[in-house]
Design a protein around this ligand. Structure first.
Ligand code: AMP
Length: 519
Protein backbone atom coordinates (compact mmCIF):
# COMPACT_ATOMS: atom_id res chain seq x y z
CA UNK A 1 0.00 0.00 0.00
CA UNK A 2 1.18 3.52 -0.78
CA UNK A 3 0.31 6.88 0.80
CA UNK A 4 -1.56 7.77 -2.39
CA UNK A 5 -4.07 4.97 -1.67
CA UNK A 6 -5.09 6.43 1.68
CA UNK A 7 -7.14 9.41 0.47
CA UNK A 8 -4.74 12.14 1.61
CA UNK A 9 -4.69 15.49 -0.21
CA UNK A 10 -2.04 16.37 -2.79
CA UNK A 11 -0.45 18.94 -0.50
CA UNK A 12 -0.04 16.32 2.23
CA UNK A 13 1.27 13.72 -0.22
CA UNK A 14 3.90 16.20 -1.40
CA UNK A 15 5.01 16.83 2.18
CA UNK A 16 5.21 13.09 2.85
CA UNK A 17 7.42 12.65 -0.21
CA UNK A 18 9.60 15.53 0.96
CA UNK A 19 9.88 13.83 4.38
CA UNK A 20 11.26 10.81 2.52
CA UNK A 21 8.58 8.31 3.52
CA UNK A 22 7.96 5.70 0.89
CA UNK A 23 5.13 3.72 2.47
CA UNK A 24 2.78 4.13 5.40
CA UNK A 25 3.49 2.31 8.64
CA UNK A 26 0.83 -0.25 9.74
CA UNK A 27 -0.88 2.21 12.11
CA UNK A 28 -0.98 4.84 9.37
CA UNK A 29 -2.33 2.42 6.77
CA UNK A 30 -5.06 1.26 9.16
CA UNK A 31 -6.06 4.53 10.79
CA UNK A 32 -5.83 7.22 8.08
CA UNK A 33 -8.78 6.06 5.89
CA UNK A 34 -11.07 5.91 8.97
CA UNK A 35 -9.99 9.34 10.17
CA UNK A 36 -10.69 10.78 6.73
CA UNK A 37 -14.10 9.07 6.77
CA UNK A 38 -14.82 11.04 10.00
CA UNK A 39 -15.00 7.90 12.13
CA UNK A 40 -13.92 7.84 15.76
CA UNK A 41 -10.74 5.79 16.11
CA UNK A 42 -9.35 3.83 19.01
CA UNK A 43 -5.66 3.34 18.18
CA UNK A 44 -3.60 0.96 20.25
CA UNK A 45 -0.04 1.83 19.37
CA UNK A 46 3.18 2.93 21.00
CA UNK A 47 5.30 5.86 20.01
CA UNK A 48 7.84 4.84 17.41
CA UNK A 49 5.15 3.21 15.26
CA UNK A 50 4.45 6.37 13.25
CA UNK A 51 1.23 7.12 15.14
CA UNK A 52 1.75 10.90 15.18
CA UNK A 53 1.60 11.03 11.39
CA UNK A 54 -1.41 8.66 11.58
CA UNK A 55 -3.42 11.57 12.95
CA UNK A 56 -1.54 14.67 11.71
CA UNK A 57 -1.65 13.71 8.00
CA UNK A 58 -5.45 13.22 7.79
CA UNK A 59 -6.01 16.26 10.03
CA UNK A 60 -4.05 18.43 7.60
CA UNK A 61 -6.12 17.09 4.72
CA UNK A 62 -9.38 17.81 6.56
CA UNK A 63 -8.33 21.29 7.66
CA UNK A 64 -7.80 22.43 4.07
CA UNK A 65 -11.44 23.50 4.05
CA UNK A 66 -12.85 25.97 6.58
CA UNK A 67 -11.36 28.80 8.64
CA UNK A 68 -10.43 29.34 12.25
CA UNK A 69 -12.21 31.87 14.46
CA UNK A 70 -10.61 33.85 17.29
CA UNK A 71 -10.32 31.89 20.54
CA UNK A 72 -12.21 28.96 19.03
CA UNK A 73 -9.77 26.25 17.92
CA UNK A 74 -11.01 23.87 15.24
CA UNK A 75 -9.07 20.86 16.45
CA UNK A 76 -7.55 19.96 19.80
CA UNK A 77 -4.74 17.51 20.54
CA UNK A 78 -4.08 16.59 24.17
CA UNK A 79 -0.62 15.33 25.12
CA UNK A 80 0.65 14.24 28.56
CA UNK A 81 4.00 16.05 28.43
CA UNK A 82 5.35 19.29 27.05
CA UNK A 83 7.96 17.50 24.97
CA UNK A 84 5.40 15.30 23.29
CA UNK A 85 3.23 18.32 22.61
CA UNK A 86 6.23 20.15 21.10
CA UNK A 87 6.99 17.10 18.99
CA UNK A 88 3.47 17.02 17.60
CA UNK A 89 3.85 20.69 16.73
CA UNK A 90 7.06 19.83 14.86
CA UNK A 91 5.10 17.19 12.93
CA UNK A 92 2.59 19.83 11.85
CA UNK A 93 5.47 22.03 10.74
CA UNK A 94 7.06 19.20 8.78
CA UNK A 95 3.95 17.86 7.07
CA UNK A 96 2.14 21.19 6.88
CA UNK A 97 4.76 23.06 4.83
CA UNK A 98 2.27 23.41 1.97
CA UNK A 99 -0.53 24.67 4.23
CA UNK A 100 -1.21 28.01 5.84
CA UNK A 101 -2.56 26.83 9.15
CA UNK A 102 -2.32 28.40 12.56
CA UNK A 103 -0.94 25.94 15.06
CA UNK A 104 -0.78 26.88 18.74
CA UNK A 105 1.17 25.07 21.43
CA UNK A 106 -0.35 25.53 24.87
CA UNK A 107 2.01 24.04 27.43
CA UNK A 108 3.21 24.95 30.90
CA UNK A 109 6.54 26.60 31.64
CA UNK A 110 6.26 29.32 28.98
CA UNK A 111 4.55 32.70 29.02
CA UNK A 112 0.77 33.01 28.87
CA UNK A 113 0.96 36.21 26.82
CA UNK A 114 2.41 34.63 23.66
CA UNK A 115 -0.04 31.77 23.89
CA UNK A 116 -2.91 34.23 24.33
CA UNK A 117 -1.84 36.15 21.24
CA UNK A 118 -1.90 32.95 19.18
CA UNK A 119 -5.34 31.96 20.47
CA UNK A 120 -6.70 35.41 19.66
CA UNK A 121 -5.48 35.15 16.06
CA UNK A 122 -7.57 32.01 15.58
CA UNK A 123 -6.21 28.49 15.77
CA UNK A 124 -6.67 25.61 13.37
CA UNK A 125 -4.75 23.18 15.54
CA UNK A 126 -4.40 23.53 19.29
CA UNK A 127 -1.85 21.19 20.86
CA UNK A 128 -1.97 21.27 24.63
CA UNK A 129 -1.11 19.66 27.92
CA UNK A 130 -4.24 19.40 30.09
CA UNK A 131 -3.22 21.69 32.97
CA UNK A 132 -2.25 24.72 30.89
CA UNK A 133 -5.29 24.30 28.66
CA UNK A 134 -7.58 24.47 31.70
CA UNK A 135 -5.69 27.53 32.97
CA UNK A 136 -6.44 29.36 29.73
CA UNK A 137 -10.05 28.21 29.84
CA UNK A 138 -10.50 29.41 33.42
CA UNK A 139 -9.09 32.83 32.47
CA UNK A 140 -11.86 33.04 29.87
CA UNK A 141 -9.38 33.11 27.01
CA UNK A 142 -10.57 30.03 25.21
CA UNK A 143 -13.79 28.45 23.93
CA UNK A 144 -13.81 24.78 23.04
CA UNK A 145 -17.26 24.76 21.45
CA UNK A 146 -15.80 25.00 17.93
CA UNK A 147 -13.67 21.85 18.20
CA UNK A 148 -14.52 19.48 15.35
CA UNK A 149 -11.84 16.92 16.04
CA UNK A 150 -10.31 15.89 19.36
CA UNK A 151 -7.18 13.75 19.73
CA UNK A 152 -6.36 12.19 23.09
CA UNK A 153 -2.83 10.86 22.75
CA UNK A 154 -0.91 8.55 25.10
CA UNK A 155 -4.01 7.93 27.22
CA UNK A 156 -2.31 5.37 29.45
CA UNK A 157 0.45 7.88 30.22
CA UNK A 158 -2.24 10.43 31.08
CA UNK A 159 -3.61 7.89 33.53
CA UNK A 160 -0.16 7.28 35.07
CA UNK A 161 0.33 11.01 35.47
CA UNK A 162 -3.04 11.61 37.13
CA UNK A 163 -4.48 13.66 34.24
CA UNK A 164 -7.70 11.71 33.76
CA UNK A 165 -9.94 14.06 35.81
CA UNK A 166 -8.60 16.99 33.73
CA UNK A 167 -9.25 15.08 30.51
CA UNK A 168 -12.82 14.29 31.61
CA UNK A 169 -13.39 17.99 32.30
CA UNK A 170 -11.99 19.02 28.93
CA UNK A 171 -14.02 16.43 27.01
CA UNK A 172 -17.21 17.81 28.60
CA UNK A 173 -16.38 21.26 27.15
CA UNK A 174 -15.97 19.95 23.59
CA UNK A 175 -19.11 19.45 21.43
CA UNK A 176 -20.71 16.02 21.62
CA UNK A 177 -20.79 15.89 17.80
CA UNK A 178 -17.00 16.05 17.48
CA UNK A 179 -14.84 13.33 15.96
CA UNK A 180 -12.51 11.70 18.51
CA UNK A 181 -9.21 9.87 18.01
CA UNK A 182 -7.97 8.11 21.11
CA UNK A 183 -4.47 6.57 21.26
CA UNK A 184 -2.99 4.43 23.98
CA UNK A 185 -0.08 2.01 24.10
CA UNK A 186 -1.90 -0.28 26.53
CA UNK A 187 -5.55 -0.80 27.39
CA UNK A 188 -5.93 -1.35 31.14
CA UNK A 189 -9.58 -1.44 32.37
CA UNK A 190 -9.57 2.25 33.34
CA UNK A 191 -8.54 3.21 29.80
CA UNK A 192 -11.19 0.89 28.29
CA UNK A 193 -13.75 2.72 30.44
CA UNK A 194 -12.60 6.10 29.17
CA UNK A 195 -12.55 4.93 25.56
CA UNK A 196 -16.16 3.71 25.96
CA UNK A 197 -17.11 7.07 27.43
CA UNK A 198 -15.37 9.35 24.91
CA UNK A 199 -15.76 7.46 21.62
CA UNK A 200 -18.88 6.85 19.51
CA UNK A 201 -18.85 3.56 17.65
CA UNK A 202 -15.07 3.69 17.18
CA UNK A 203 -12.97 1.84 14.66
CA UNK A 204 -10.37 -0.10 16.60
CA UNK A 205 -6.92 -0.25 15.03
CA UNK A 206 -4.07 -1.98 16.74
CA UNK A 207 -0.41 -2.56 16.02
CA UNK A 208 1.65 -5.09 17.92
CA UNK A 209 3.01 -3.85 21.20
CA UNK A 210 6.77 -3.97 21.16
CA UNK A 211 6.86 -6.65 23.84
CA UNK A 212 9.85 -8.03 22.02
CA UNK A 213 12.98 -5.98 21.73
CA UNK A 214 14.84 -5.40 18.47
CA UNK A 215 17.42 -8.05 17.68
CA UNK A 216 19.89 -5.32 16.82
CA UNK A 217 20.08 -4.31 20.49
CA UNK A 218 22.69 -6.00 22.63
CA UNK A 219 21.26 -6.13 26.16
CA UNK A 220 23.26 -6.71 29.31
CA UNK A 221 22.54 -6.64 33.02
CA UNK A 222 25.20 -5.25 35.30
CA UNK A 223 25.12 -6.37 38.92
CA UNK A 224 25.67 -3.60 41.43
CA UNK A 225 24.94 -2.70 45.01
CA UNK A 226 21.83 -0.63 45.70
CA UNK A 227 23.63 2.46 47.00
CA UNK A 228 23.75 5.50 44.73
CA UNK A 229 27.49 6.10 44.99
CA UNK A 230 28.30 2.55 43.92
CA UNK A 231 25.83 2.67 41.04
CA UNK A 232 27.29 5.96 39.84
CA UNK A 233 30.76 4.48 39.91
CA UNK A 234 29.65 1.41 37.98
CA UNK A 235 27.93 3.66 35.46
CA UNK A 236 31.04 5.76 34.92
CA UNK A 237 33.02 2.65 34.28
CA UNK A 238 30.44 1.39 31.80
CA UNK A 239 30.43 4.67 29.91
CA UNK A 240 34.21 4.81 29.78
CA UNK A 241 34.59 1.24 28.63
CA UNK A 242 31.62 1.18 26.23
CA UNK A 243 32.57 0.36 22.69
CA UNK A 244 31.53 2.70 19.87
CA UNK A 245 29.67 5.03 22.19
CA UNK A 246 28.48 8.03 20.23
CA UNK A 247 25.67 9.17 22.49
CA UNK A 248 23.59 7.65 25.21
CA UNK A 249 20.50 8.13 27.31
CA UNK A 250 20.74 7.27 30.99
CA UNK A 251 17.36 6.52 32.54
CA UNK A 252 16.57 6.99 36.21
CA UNK A 253 13.29 6.13 37.92
CA UNK A 254 13.19 9.32 39.99
CA UNK A 255 13.50 12.97 39.11
CA UNK A 256 15.82 13.75 41.99
CA UNK A 257 18.19 11.00 40.86
CA UNK A 258 18.24 12.47 37.35
CA UNK A 259 19.41 15.80 38.72
CA UNK A 260 21.92 14.26 41.11
CA UNK A 261 23.36 11.88 38.54
CA UNK A 262 23.76 14.62 35.96
CA UNK A 263 25.65 16.76 38.50
CA UNK A 264 27.80 13.83 39.48
CA UNK A 265 28.66 12.95 35.87
CA UNK A 266 29.48 16.56 35.12
CA UNK A 267 31.70 16.75 38.17
CA UNK A 268 33.59 13.74 36.82
CA UNK A 269 34.24 15.44 33.49
CA UNK A 270 31.39 14.04 31.38
CA UNK A 271 29.31 16.21 29.12
CA UNK A 272 25.78 15.35 30.25
CA UNK A 273 22.43 17.13 30.30
CA UNK A 274 19.40 16.38 32.47
CA UNK A 275 15.77 16.01 31.40
CA UNK A 276 13.05 15.62 34.01
CA UNK A 277 9.59 16.88 34.72
CA UNK A 278 10.53 19.53 37.30
CA UNK A 279 12.71 21.50 34.89
CA UNK A 280 11.22 24.55 33.25
CA UNK A 281 10.33 24.31 29.60
CA UNK A 282 13.26 26.33 28.35
CA UNK A 283 15.76 24.14 30.19
CA UNK A 284 14.07 20.98 28.93
CA UNK A 285 14.15 22.14 25.33
CA UNK A 286 17.76 23.29 25.67
CA UNK A 287 18.75 19.87 27.03
CA UNK A 288 16.95 18.11 24.20
CA UNK A 289 18.33 20.37 21.51
CA UNK A 290 21.87 19.91 22.82
CA UNK A 291 21.43 16.15 22.79
CA UNK A 292 19.78 16.03 19.37
CA UNK A 293 22.50 18.15 17.80
CA UNK A 294 25.23 15.98 19.29
CA UNK A 295 26.67 18.85 21.31
CA UNK A 296 25.88 17.03 24.55
CA UNK A 297 26.42 13.31 24.08
CA UNK A 298 24.81 12.09 27.32
CA UNK A 299 21.24 12.72 28.43
CA UNK A 300 20.14 11.71 31.93
CA UNK A 301 16.37 11.39 31.84
CA UNK A 302 13.26 10.19 33.61
CA UNK A 303 10.71 8.03 31.81
CA UNK A 304 7.94 10.57 31.82
CA UNK A 305 10.12 13.30 30.37
CA UNK A 306 11.70 11.06 27.76
CA UNK A 307 8.64 9.13 26.70
CA UNK A 308 7.90 9.29 23.01
CA UNK A 309 10.72 11.66 22.21
CA UNK A 310 11.90 11.33 18.67
CA UNK A 311 15.65 11.14 19.03
CA UNK A 312 17.20 9.29 16.13
CA UNK A 313 20.31 7.14 16.33
CA UNK A 314 21.16 6.67 19.97
CA UNK A 315 24.06 4.26 20.28
CA UNK A 316 23.66 3.38 23.96
CA UNK A 317 21.00 3.22 26.63
CA UNK A 318 21.94 2.89 30.29
CA UNK A 319 19.28 2.05 32.83
CA UNK A 320 20.67 3.52 36.02
CA UNK A 321 17.59 2.01 37.70
CA UNK A 322 15.59 -1.03 36.67
CA UNK A 323 12.20 0.40 35.62
CA UNK A 324 9.20 -0.50 37.79
CA UNK A 325 6.98 -1.21 34.78
CA UNK A 326 8.35 -3.82 32.36
CA UNK A 327 6.90 -1.92 29.37
CA UNK A 328 9.15 0.99 30.29
CA UNK A 329 12.17 -1.27 29.82
CA UNK A 330 11.09 -2.07 26.25
CA UNK A 331 10.38 1.57 25.66
CA UNK A 332 13.70 2.76 27.09
CA UNK A 333 15.92 0.35 25.24
CA UNK A 334 13.89 0.94 22.06
CA UNK A 335 15.62 4.33 21.91
CA UNK A 336 18.66 2.51 20.55
CA UNK A 337 18.93 -0.05 17.75
CA UNK A 338 16.37 1.83 15.66
CA UNK A 339 15.86 1.26 11.95
CA UNK A 340 18.20 -1.71 11.82
CA UNK A 341 21.12 0.11 13.47
CA UNK A 342 22.96 -1.69 16.23
CA UNK A 343 22.68 -0.49 19.78
CA UNK A 344 23.68 -1.44 23.28
CA UNK A 345 21.58 -1.35 26.42
CA UNK A 346 23.01 -1.81 29.90
CA UNK A 347 20.81 -2.15 32.97
CA UNK A 348 22.26 -1.71 36.44
CA UNK A 349 20.54 -4.14 38.79
CA UNK A 350 20.80 -4.80 42.50
CA UNK A 351 19.21 -7.47 44.62
CA UNK A 352 16.14 -5.39 45.32
CA UNK A 353 15.42 -5.38 41.58
CA UNK A 354 15.00 -9.13 41.21
CA UNK A 355 11.21 -9.01 40.95
CA UNK A 356 11.23 -6.21 38.36
CA UNK A 357 13.86 -8.08 36.37
CA UNK A 358 11.78 -11.24 36.14
CA UNK A 359 8.75 -9.17 35.05
CA UNK A 360 10.89 -7.66 32.27
CA UNK A 361 12.28 -11.01 31.19
CA UNK A 362 8.82 -12.54 31.06
CA UNK A 363 7.49 -9.60 29.01
CA UNK A 364 10.29 -9.77 26.45
CA UNK A 365 10.22 -13.57 26.51
CA UNK A 366 13.93 -14.06 27.00
CA UNK A 367 16.53 -13.85 29.74
CA UNK A 368 18.96 -10.93 29.65
CA UNK A 369 22.59 -11.91 29.97
CA UNK A 370 24.77 -10.54 32.78
CA UNK A 371 27.78 -8.56 31.72
CA UNK A 372 30.12 -9.99 34.30
CA UNK A 373 28.61 -12.15 37.01
CA UNK A 374 25.04 -12.08 38.32
CA UNK A 375 23.52 -10.78 41.55
CA UNK A 376 24.93 -13.69 43.55
CA UNK A 377 28.30 -12.05 43.04
CA UNK A 378 27.25 -8.71 44.53
CA UNK A 379 28.70 -8.50 47.99
CA UNK A 380 27.66 -5.14 49.36
CA UNK A 381 24.29 -6.22 50.74
CA UNK A 382 25.01 -8.41 53.72
CA UNK A 383 22.27 -10.70 55.02
CA UNK A 384 20.61 -9.08 58.03
CA UNK A 385 21.56 -5.58 56.84
CA UNK A 386 18.24 -4.27 58.14
CA UNK A 387 18.74 -0.50 58.07
CA UNK A 388 19.66 -0.54 54.39
CA UNK A 389 16.72 -2.69 53.45
CA UNK A 390 14.31 -0.55 55.43
CA UNK A 391 15.62 2.53 53.70
CA UNK A 392 15.16 0.81 50.34
CA UNK A 393 11.52 -0.02 51.02
CA UNK A 394 10.78 3.50 52.22
CA UNK A 395 12.21 4.86 49.00
CA UNK A 396 10.10 2.47 47.00
CA UNK A 397 6.99 3.85 48.69
CA UNK A 398 8.00 7.38 47.79
CA UNK A 399 7.98 6.45 44.11
CA UNK A 400 4.78 6.65 42.12
CA UNK A 401 4.09 6.31 38.43
CA UNK A 402 7.73 6.12 37.47
CA UNK A 403 8.67 9.52 38.93
CA UNK A 404 9.08 10.49 42.52
CA UNK A 405 6.26 12.09 44.42
CA UNK A 406 6.67 15.43 46.16
CA UNK A 407 7.13 13.65 49.51
CA UNK A 408 10.42 12.05 48.43
CA UNK A 409 13.11 12.84 50.99
CA UNK A 410 16.86 13.03 50.54
CA UNK A 411 18.74 9.80 50.74
CA UNK A 412 21.88 9.46 52.80
CA UNK A 413 24.95 8.42 50.90
CA UNK A 414 27.54 6.04 52.23
CA UNK A 415 31.08 6.91 51.54
CA UNK A 416 32.60 3.44 51.23
CA UNK A 417 34.12 3.14 47.79
CA UNK A 418 34.12 -0.18 45.95
CA UNK A 419 37.46 -1.87 45.65
CA UNK A 420 37.85 -1.03 41.99
CA UNK A 421 36.25 1.03 39.23
CA UNK A 422 35.20 -2.25 37.60
CA UNK A 423 31.47 -3.10 37.79
CA UNK A 424 32.37 -5.83 40.24
CA UNK A 425 35.42 -6.39 42.33
CA UNK A 426 38.03 -8.86 41.23
CA UNK A 427 36.78 -11.26 43.87
CA UNK A 428 33.24 -11.04 42.62
CA UNK A 429 34.25 -11.73 39.05
CA UNK A 430 35.67 -15.01 40.36
CA UNK A 431 32.09 -15.74 41.38
CA UNK A 432 32.57 -16.10 45.15
CA UNK A 433 31.39 -14.09 48.16
CA UNK A 434 34.24 -12.50 50.08
CA UNK A 435 34.90 -13.47 53.68
CA UNK A 436 33.40 -10.96 56.15
CA UNK A 437 36.80 -9.62 57.25
CA UNK A 438 37.88 -8.99 53.68
CA UNK A 439 34.51 -7.37 52.95
CA UNK A 440 34.79 -4.97 55.81
CA UNK A 441 38.35 -4.08 54.77
CA UNK A 442 37.33 -3.46 51.20
CA UNK A 443 34.17 -1.56 52.16
CA UNK A 444 36.01 0.79 54.49
CA UNK A 445 36.77 4.23 53.07
CA UNK A 446 39.91 3.97 50.97
CA UNK A 447 42.90 6.09 51.75
CA UNK A 448 44.18 6.39 48.20
CA UNK A 449 41.89 7.99 45.69
CA UNK A 450 40.98 5.61 42.90
CA UNK A 451 42.86 6.61 39.80
CA UNK A 452 40.24 7.39 37.18
CA UNK A 453 40.92 6.31 33.60
CA UNK A 454 41.13 9.18 31.13
CA UNK A 455 37.73 10.48 30.02
CA UNK A 456 36.62 8.88 26.76
CA UNK A 457 35.47 10.49 23.55
CA UNK A 458 31.90 11.00 24.82
CA UNK A 459 32.99 14.15 26.56
CA UNK A 460 34.47 16.15 23.71
CA UNK A 461 33.55 19.56 25.06
CA UNK A 462 34.09 18.71 28.72
CA UNK A 463 37.32 20.03 30.12
CA UNK A 464 39.65 17.07 30.63
CA UNK A 465 40.37 16.39 34.30
CA UNK A 466 43.66 18.07 35.09
CA UNK A 467 46.59 15.74 35.59
CA UNK A 468 47.19 15.21 39.28
CA UNK A 469 50.50 17.02 39.12
CA UNK A 470 48.70 20.13 37.80
CA UNK A 471 45.77 19.93 40.22
CA UNK A 472 45.40 22.95 42.44
CA UNK A 473 47.21 22.86 45.78
CA UNK A 474 44.59 22.24 48.49
CA UNK A 475 43.99 25.24 50.73
CA UNK A 476 45.58 24.74 54.16
CA UNK A 477 44.81 26.52 57.41
CA UNK A 478 47.54 28.65 59.02
CA UNK A 479 48.33 26.09 61.78
CA UNK A 480 48.42 23.35 59.15
CA UNK A 481 50.81 25.39 57.05
CA UNK A 482 52.95 26.05 60.09
CA UNK A 483 53.07 22.33 60.86
CA UNK A 484 53.68 21.57 57.17
CA UNK A 485 50.52 19.37 57.13
CA UNK A 486 48.50 18.68 54.00
CA UNK A 487 44.78 18.19 53.99
CA UNK A 488 43.64 14.95 52.37
CA UNK A 489 42.27 15.51 48.87
CA UNK A 490 38.63 16.61 48.81
CA UNK A 491 36.24 13.78 48.02
CA UNK A 492 32.74 13.92 46.65
CA UNK A 493 29.84 11.70 47.70
CA UNK A 494 31.34 8.86 45.66
CA UNK A 495 34.55 9.03 47.62
CA UNK A 496 36.40 10.52 44.67
CA UNK A 497 38.11 13.77 43.80
CA UNK A 498 35.51 15.82 41.95
CA UNK A 499 36.00 18.49 39.27
CA UNK A 500 35.02 21.97 40.55
CA UNK A 501 32.37 21.94 43.27
CA UNK A 502 31.40 18.39 42.33
CA UNK A 503 27.82 17.51 43.15
CA UNK A 504 28.09 19.22 46.53
CA UNK A 505 25.93 22.29 47.05
CA UNK A 506 27.03 24.37 50.04
CA UNK A 507 24.28 24.62 52.67
CA UNK A 508 24.21 28.43 52.53
CA UNK A 509 23.20 28.27 48.86
CA UNK A 510 20.18 26.18 49.77
CA UNK A 511 18.86 28.67 52.37
CA UNK A 512 15.68 30.50 51.33
CA UNK A 513 16.58 34.04 50.29
CA UNK A 514 13.22 35.64 50.98
CA UNK A 515 13.28 37.15 47.48
CA UNK A 516 9.98 36.98 45.68
CA UNK A 517 7.98 36.35 48.87
CA UNK A 518 4.63 38.02 48.82
CA UNK A 519 3.99 40.29 51.77
P1 AMP B 1 6.01 8.41 16.06
O1 AMP B 1 5.55 7.02 16.41
O2 AMP B 1 4.92 9.23 15.55
O3 AMP B 1 6.76 9.04 17.20
O4 AMP B 1 7.05 8.30 14.85
C1 AMP B 1 8.31 7.71 15.00
C2 AMP B 1 9.25 8.04 13.86
O5 AMP B 1 8.81 7.44 12.65
C3 AMP B 1 9.39 9.53 13.57
O6 AMP B 1 10.77 9.80 13.46
C4 AMP B 1 8.74 9.73 12.23
O7 AMP B 1 9.37 10.76 11.51
C5 AMP B 1 8.95 8.38 11.56
N1 AMP B 1 7.90 8.01 10.58
C6 AMP B 1 6.58 8.27 10.65
N2 AMP B 1 5.95 7.76 9.58
C7 AMP B 1 6.88 7.15 8.83
C8 AMP B 1 6.83 6.43 7.59
N3 AMP B 1 5.71 6.20 6.95
N4 AMP B 1 8.00 5.94 7.10
C9 AMP B 1 9.16 6.16 7.77
N5 AMP B 1 9.27 6.82 8.93
C10 AMP B 1 8.14 7.32 9.46
Amino acid sequence: MSFADLGLSDKVLQAVTTAGYTEPTPIQAQAIPHVLARRDVLGIAQTGTGKTAAFTLPMLTMLETGRARARMPRTLILEPTRELAAQVEENFERYGTNHKLNVALIIGGVSFADQDAKLTRGTDVLIATPGRLLDHFERGKLLLTGVELLVIDEADRMLDMGFIPDIERIVKMVPFTRQTLFFSATMPPEIERLADMFLHNPQRVEVARPASTATTIEQRLVATGAEGHEKRKVLRHLIRSASELQNGIIFCNRKRDVAQLQRSLTSHGFNAAALHGDMDQRARMAALDGFRSGEVPLLVASDVAARGLDIPAVSHVFNFDVPHHPEDYVHRIGRTGRAGRSGQAFTLASRSDERSLSAIESLIGQPIAWLDGDLASVSDEVEGDEPRRRRGSRRAKETKGGEETKSGGRSTERSAAPASESPRSENRSRGGRRPAAERSRADAPRRDPVREPEPVAVAPSAPPAPPRELAREPVRSAPERARGERRPPRRDEDGETPVGLGSHVPAFLLKPTGFGKSK
